[in-house]
Design a protein around this ligand. Sequence first.
Ligand SMILES: C[S@@+](CC[C@H](N)C(=O)[O-])C[C@H]1O[C@@H](n2cnc3c(N)ncnc32)[C@H](O)[C@@H]1O
Length: 399
Amino acid sequence: MKKTVCELFAGVGGFRLGLEKASSNWKTVWFSQWEPNKTNQWAHKCYVSHWGDIDEYTGIDISTVPKKKIPSHNLLVGGFPCQDYSVARPLPGSNGIDGKKGVLWWQIRDILETKKSPFVLLENVDRLLKSPASQRGRDFGVMLACFNDLNYSVEWRVINAAEYGTAQRRRRIFIFAYKSTTKYSKNIKATPEKLLTKTGFFAKSFPVEKDVKIDETTLQYKNIHDISTSFSFDFKNSGYMKKGKVYTAKTIPILEDAILLQDILEKKVDKKYYLSKEAKDRFEFLKGSKRISRTSKDGHKYTFSEGSIAFPDPTDLPARTMLTSESSLNRSTHVIKDLKTKKLRYLTPVEAERIQGFDDNWTNTGMPEKARYFIMGNALVVPLVTRMAKKLESILNKE
Ligand SMILES: C[S@@+](CC[C@H](N)C(=O)[O-])C[C@H]1O[C@@H](n2cnc3c(N)ncnc32)[C@H](O)[C@@H]1O
């Protein structure tokens, strides 16, 4: 099977870069990247500056792209937001699914329906397994039911990148889906327990301890609306779904040495990255513990409280999760003590790229520095994809 790829929600190409670092056999035939409500499409421009453009549809809202225009491919990849996946009751006689407008999962589903991609690899925040709080597991249940309806099986795993030898404590869910007609699917003979701990897609690339307790459930529904209104389940960090049967377990990673923040810091940085006295005071407040009396809109008085977080960030640990707000004066922004000058400073854009495993200056393609941090906050840990790519290549070779 040809290693052709379609990269949705491509950002600056974390999936593509990760695949290409594993092998030159991967060929991205189409991608889509559009940042809503922004005049400057920095991520799309950066992507195009590395790989060139493909057609007039790559840089527009995916929901406006006629799905038939998307070239055929064997692997669909993408990192997309965790949103509300609930659906309205279908009107009598209609057979479509009425998901909320602007919810990007429905774009992925429509593409899978039209393009019938045999293999799919998605990334999302780990909260997806638990959301919404009022009906835990509903959104992931909706996703699984959609895959099931389109004749896919699904494996998933929440991976904390730092536990597998990278520079960032970033916990994300990866979802691997494949058509039941693929050889890969037909050849699965292992018990769910063995699949999740030894032989499955994630267990092969990211080893875990072998003792697990499997919980199971069945997706029972006439249409997706039934799942949307009544399904709830305690999904664990690993799982497998085939023909509506769901198996899940809490797996324990076999830890590998992480890369530490001190290993990726630049030796000498411009003075603009050092904190002013005002910024230092502000960070001390933001990162410190606090109890503040507040009044809600309806006049209700309450106390907001939060504990302190390390300030500055320890450099003998991997970085914390990088967010899109990394460029702002924010509680979650990294502040480190420079190894040489011992003064407090921000991370540089190159350090932000290194934390995500991108090449140095990947985003130095003409955009403001603020946009470089934002884009890195949105991206993924590239070396994780490279690891998965090796297993993917062997799977596609056998098709
Ligand atoms: C979580 S990020 C994925 C980043 C990517 N994995 C990377 O390595 O850079 C999601 C991306 O989807 C893009 N996006 C959001 N809404 C979109 C839409 N309607 N059409 C196309 N892209 C969209 C965002 O601009 C963002 O870059």
